[in-house]
Design a protein around this ligand. Structure first.
Ligand code: MRU
Length: 344
């Protein structure tokens, strides 16, 4: 079906509905679900049909459009009185990616400035704006990040940060795409346990672009680095605290520690919508835990008395382990509060 990043769309707005590519079914099947309600968008985010910090924010913005359409239809005069409940519902869909709250705040502000006319055209234009800005930011970050890599050959990425996780093109995967366009490189992707974003999504996405990729288990990364096969680790972020600490997919912190140990550079690529300027440090970021059954699989019951599981799906990488954060507003080397603050 799709043959390149230009036609991988995690989210598509069509007429009066949001089409959501069900990422749980990839790579075997490309199935879109049509959302015509805020509830449906909430479920799509909560169940990870759509995932990845920027894509979650964009989906939520369209969710507000659908909520407003519904509220306005049933109560054209008092629709604003109840829409706060819809925003709260969307905000409860996932806790860690700050892009969700950032996008909802943008939509809330527009609502607060509106009169009593049909809210849909204005809100839809804002949601489309959020979507388009994200794509533009990704292309810009892709170019800027790729310049930093120079002639480096071995690039390792984690999770999925591509077109599927964003409005399009991708953050860390956008840098890899741009870098590969300049020069062929060895791309390594971790499986990204337990949800397998690397295997199911990143490998699939790169294949659509005919970019060869080598999958490694998460636990093979240190050995791969020790063999000198990796010059840069390039990852995305779900939330960046004001001091540069980064919350990202579980396993990112291990990669950063391993990278430092082996003299490998560590790059984080994220739009400024991923920076939580209010949060002083990463320790304050809420980390989502998902179902133990993701680890226990078919081997053990999640009601087993003796065998438990611990399944945080993000971790915090301290700023000290990060060589550079690439945003659409600028590049921050050796991030700390002052240096990150310069792009605010
Ligand atoms: O649980 P997920 O798949 O939503 O986690 C996604 C990640 O951790 C990504 O690395 C992050 O959102 C950046 S995506 C551009």
């Amino acid at each position: 079906m799709s043959t390149s990043v230009d036609n991988i769309h995690a989210l598509e707005w069509r007429e009066q509905e949001l089409r959501v590519l069900d990422q749980r079914k990839l790579p075997q099947k490309q199935v879109y679900e049509s959302c015509t309600s805020c509830e449906c968008v909430y479920n799509a985010i909560h169940s990870m049909r759509v995932r990845g910090a920027p894509a979650i924010g964009i989906a939520a913005a369209y969710g507000v459009v659908l909520a407003a359409a519904d509220r306005y239809k049933t109560d054209p005069v008092g629709w604003k009185n109840r829409i706060g409940e819809d925003l709260e519902k969307l905000a409860a869909s996932r806790p860690t990616a700050v892009n969700l709250f950032w996008a909802l705040e943008r939509m809330r502000k527009i609502i607060s400035e509106m009169g009593n006319d049909d809210p849909v055209p204005i809100l839809l234009s804002e949601a489309k704006g959020i979507h388009e800005e994200d794509i533009a930011a990704n292309h810009h970050m892709g170019e800027q990040g790729a310049k930093l890599l120079g002639q480096a050959d071995g690039l390792l990425t984690h999770c999925n940060t591509g077109a599927l996780a964003t409005g399009g093109y991708g953050t860390a995967l956008g840098v890899i795409r741009s870098a590969y366009r300049k020069k062929s490189r060895q791309i390594y992707a971790t499986e990204t346990r337990p949800w397998m974003q690397g295997t199911r999504l990143t490998a699939w996405e790169l294949k659509q672009d005919k970019i060869p990729v080598t999958l490694v288990t998460d636990s093979a990364a240190a050995y791969l680095m020790s063999k000198g096969h990796v010059q840069w680790v390039i990852v995305g972020a779900d939330r960046i605290a004001a001091n540069g600490d980064v919350a990202n997919k579980i396993g990112t912190y291990s990669l950063a520690v391993q990278a430092r140990h082996h003299g490998v550079k560590f790059m984080v690529v994220a739009p400024t919508s991923t920076i939580d300027w209010q949060l002083e440090q990463g320790a304050f970021i809420e980390i989502e835990s998902r179902k133990n059954s993701e680890l226990l699989g078919n081997y053990y019951s999640d009601t087993d008395e003796e065998i438990k599981a611990w399944n945080p799906v993000f971790d915090i990488t301290p700023a000290d382990y990060i060589d550079v954060i690439v945003t659409e507003k600028g590049i921050v080397e050796n991030p700390n509060q002052d240096r990150l603050g310069e792009i605010q």
